[in-house]
Design a protein around this ligand. Structure first.
Ligand SMILES: [Zn+2]
Length: 160
């Protein structure tokens, strides 16, 4: 078992917190690589906390169980619930772990942020929540209450 963390890095403007809107149902969209034969999944696959599949051989369950197309080995990846954390404004410009996966036989190699994110703007002037997508690795809106622009830009990720 190998623990691999997804770290993100972004610039938050006038928002305090970035995280999946629904941590239970958020689909972590990734490409995986088999550590036995190096074959990559042809398409992105989704790993979701609310989903659970049996690992054969009575080895418990995982968020995603996937059979390698090339070597036919059964691999799995599980979200470690306690690892889920928000990206805060003070993290801007720095990489921070927002989720850690327990990987058996596979490693994530690519991540697509997609939609299903939210940001909070908590402060003296505002207490707004925005739902957003990060498909273009950036997002812009306007906080009416605080009369200021809000944005998430320069979104990057790495696996560690
Ligand atoms: Zn394989």
């Amino acid at each position: 078992m190998v623990k691999i963390s997804l770290q993100i890095n972004a610039q938050l403007e006038n928002v305090t917190e970035l995280q999946p809107a629904d941590q239970e149902d958020f689909g972590w969209c990734m490409k995986l690589q088999c550590m036995n034969c190096n074959e990559e999944t042809p398409d992105f696959v989704f790993c979701c906390l609310s989903e659970s599949s049996e690992v054969s051989g009575g080895r418990g369950s995982a968020s995603l169980v996937i059979k390698c197309k090339l070597c036919k080995r059964e691999n799995s990846i599980d979200i470690i619930k306690d690892s889920l954390s928000s990206y805060m404004s003070e993290d801007s410009g720095k990489f921070k772990t927002i989720v850690t996966f327990d990987c058996r036989g596979v490693q994530p190699i690519e991540f697509k942020p997609n939609d299903g994110w939210k940001v909070k703007a908590e402060g003296e002037k505002s207490n707004a929540t925005f739902e957003l997508e990060l498909t273009e690795n950036e997002w812009y809106d306007y906080d009416e209450k605080a009369s200021e622009s809000v944005s998430v830009t320069e979104f990057k990720y790495q696996f560690k």
